[in-house]
Design a binder for this molecule. Structure first.
Ligand code: FBP
Length: 560
């Protein structure tokens, strides 16, 4: 049965993304101009040793020109979505498809189903024009789905090689586009290195995806999905601010996605102006304890209560817990302990027994800290890590922990006569609500260009690059396409108890434009009701609303 499309979907399918001018004459009308060799952001010697074949590749800029080999022979490109969903993925796929077909109608796009495990199991589908047309400008990754499998063991790499090479020349892949965040693109770099080393001729190209907004640097201005997801969260948070002002009886604690960096919280704070927004990177810089974070919120509640305002809104980044130094230390201790005792823990069923094994292996202060937390929170901290070794912060209900601790702190203030108000709190977690929304004009256009550009890089035989589109504050026609070597963005980090090469995450810069803009207004927001209501994403109407970019991109671009 064909899926019924909503009225908005039907209208939205007619949206035609504008390509950067330089890409408009198609893949055979551009060539990559290569710059100087690059260096990784740090740990140069270790990374050079891990990536002997792909370390130091030059930056690539696409300029008008002609590469006679592009489009000459049929080219088969695989695409895989890796990691969390982000609005615009289907347009990356549409961009890849259109570029491939423009270069040579016999070119093929092959989708790996279910994320990187689809490569290992060789689960694939041939993507046709009819399928692509059905998904243009839609949210989600559902055409081919996504997954978090990591391809890293020698056996997995050899299996991936088999999938690329296939059994006949007619089926072999010439390129692979990996649409993912920092971890998935690290995996793309490992694949590219492995294939080069094995003499497998295949272009591995990454595409920067993550709603978290933390895959960016001097060459990557934004990851796709951040624009749409933050617009959705801002609408929801703005609606809550208005509810708060209407009912005047609740404090709303809103946790927002963003596993490591607080970009989402900062963007939503700039858009909606809540009474308080915690920024994890600042908590870390000020070395705040959990008690100090709680005290900061309790003080704001008490101050507003004196002004007869027993209501308010607090934004909390989901990664906050990892920024509080004592908690960070606990999580890092847990990461190592859980990895070291994996078989023993797997054999145990009761939570208490597991916790006692873990506590016994931690240092005494860390064990005491773990045991001082509510049991439900201990269990959340001990949940399995993802395949890349990350704590699953989306499962940790920090907002609930904070409400309980603020309640206790206010009770203590009351006893001392320093607080006389009422505190009724409601908690929310906004994350999954934003990851599959229909892409904004910005994301629809950006993703299409990223995909088109990725196909051009692959057709030109480049491998180990991330598709890059720059100059994003200008109209799309003036956007600048190119490629950034994956190894140039890397450093070495500790994961699952081991040092691993990973693409460096971009955290909120405390001396950067977005944070400084927030710091300027935040004191006045504690007492005032200065809420702003951004409303829903607009797909039709005046450009001032349909083409509006994020405040983060605006403020960061003005610093470039
Ligand atoms: P990516 O980094 O893979 O884009 O995923 C980001 C994210 O949405 C985080 O914000 C969140 O913590 C995590 O995914 C949730 O993961 P899962 O979908 O596995 O629950």
């Amino acid at each position: 049965m064909a899926t019924l499309q909503s009225e908005l979907q039907l209208e939205r399918s007619k949206f035609k993304p504008v390509l950067p001018a330089v890409l408009r004459s198609g893949p055979s009308g551009v060539v990559p101009r290569l710059g100087k060799p690059t260096q990784s952001v740090s740990d140069q010697e270790s990374l050079r040793a891990i990536f002997p074949k792909t370390y130091g590749l030059p930056l690539a800029l696409l300029i008008k020109g002609r590469n006679p080999s592009v489009g000459k022979n049929p080219f088969r490109l695989g695409i895989v979505f890796s990691g969390g969903q982000a609005p615009g993925g289907h347009n990356v796929l549409a961009g890849l498809f259109d570029a491939l077909k423009k270069a040579n109608p016999k070119n093929q796009l092959i989708g790996f189903i279910g994320g990187p495990s689809g490569i290992l199991e060789n689960k694939r589908m041939d993507i046709t024009a009819a399928v692509v047309d059905n998904y243009r400008n839609t949210g989600g990754f559902d055409m081919i789905q996504s997954g978090r499998t990591k391809i890293e063991t020698p056996e997995q790499l050899a299996t991936a090689k088999k999938t690329i090479e296939q059994t006949t020349q007619a089926n072999r892949l010439d390129g692979l586009a990996v649409v993912g965040g920092d971890d998935s693109n690290t995996n793309a770099a490992l694949l590219s290195e492995y294939f080069k080393n094995e003499g497998v001729k295949v272009s591995v190209i990454g595409v920067p995806k993550t709603i978290d907004g933390d895959l960016k640097n001097s060459e990557i201005e934004a990851s796709f999905g951040f624009d749409t997801a933050t617009k959705i969260y801002s609408e929801l948070a703005g609606n809550i601010c208005r509810d708060v002002l209407s009912a005047r009886k609740y404090w709303h604690f809103i946790r927002l996605m963003g596993r490591s960096a607080s970009h989402i919280t900062l963007e939503v704070a700039l858009k909606t102006r809540p009474n308080l927004a915690l920024i994890g990177e600042e908590v870390l810089a000020q070395k705040m304890t959990l008690a100090q974070v709680v005290d900061q919120i309790a003080q704001a509640v008490a101050r507003r209560s004196e002004a007869k305002k027993n209501y308010g809104v607090v934004l909390i980044p989901e990664g906050l817990i990892e920024f509080i130094p004592e908690m960070k230390e606990l999580i890092s201790g847990l990461n190592d302990t859980l990895a070291a005792h994996e078989p023993r823990l797997a054999a145990v069923n009761s939570f208490e027994e597991k916790r006692d094994i873990v506590a016994g292996a931690l240092s005494a202060p860390l064990a005491a800290l773990l045991q001082s937390l509510p049991q439900s929170f201990q269990a959340q901290l001990m949940l399995d890590r993802d395949p890349h070794g990350n704590v699953q912060v989306s499962q940790i209900e920090t907002e609930k922990l904070l409400v309980e601790m603020v309640k206790a702190r206010l009770a203590a203030l009351k006893v001392k006569g320093n607080y006389g108000g009422k505190f009724a709190a409601i908690t929310h977690f906004f994350g999954y609500e934003g990851r599959c929304g229909a892409p904004s004009n910005f994301d629809a256009t950006y993703c299409y260009a990223l995909g088109y550009n990725a196909a051009v890089l692959a057709l030109n035989g480049l491998s180990g690059y991330l598709s890059s589109i720059k100059n994003l504050m200008k109209p799309p026609a003036q956007w600048v396409p190119g490629g950034v070597p994956l190894t140039a963005m890397m450093n070495v980090e500790r994961r699952k108890g081991k040092d691993k090469p990973v693409i460096q995450k971009a955290l909120v810069k405390l001396d950067g434009g977005p944070f400084k803009a927030f710091a300027k207004i935040r004191e006045s927001l504690v007492l005032e009701d200065g809420y702003v209501y951004p409303g829903p994403i607009q797909y039709f109407g005046p450009s001032s609303v349909t083409d509006m970019t994020t405040k983060t991109l605006q403020l960061e671009s003005s610093e470039r």
